[in-house]
Design a protein around this ligand. Structure first.
Ligand code: 2BA
Length: 109
């Protein structure tokens, strides 16, 4: 068994979870927040037999899109009154960040 931990963007959640549920894949969803952008995202916990990992990845690839965000970089420590031009930097987010680890289901209470 594998535990797949997928960090996805909120905009992709609905289509992806619908697809996974229709393929009889069990999911647990938690609200999360990226450490860099500090924007809300969604983390899905998915446990599947090894042979289904590729099917889940296919759904993730199909429904999770790369988007461009602009973030204002943090200013360096500046002398008071010093002008600091903060040009937003472009960041690519997604499609999805997926971690796959071995899992054992020991039973259900
Ligand atoms: P965030 O941490 O908010 O990162 C959003 C995007 O900002 C990242 O997209 C990446 O393109 C960029 N980024 C992240 N850290 C950066 C840095 N130190 N310098 C410059 N750019 C940086 P993704 O790579 O697609 O990641 C999307 C979200 O997936 C992340 O949101 C985070 O919630 C999660 N994630 C990504 N890598 C992770 C990791 N190694 N461990 C745990 N969660 C991760």
């Amino acid at each position: 068994m594998k535990l797949m931990i997928a960090v996805i963007q909120r905009q992709d959640e609905s289509a992806l979870t619908r697809a996974l549920v229709s393929h009889h894949v069990g999911i647990t969803r938690v609200s999360s927040k990226g450490g860099f952008l500090r924007e809300g995202n969604v983390t899905l916990f998915i446990v599947v037999p090894d042979h289904r990992v590729d099917d889940v990845m296919q759904d993730i690839r199909k429904h999770c899109y790369t988007r461009t965000k602009f973030v204002a970089p943090l200013p360096p420590v500046a002398e008071s009154g010093e002008f600091y031009p903060s040009t937003p930097i472009e960041v690519q987010v997604g499609g999805a960040t997926v971690f796959v680890v071995d899992a054992a289901v020991l039973g259900r209470a």
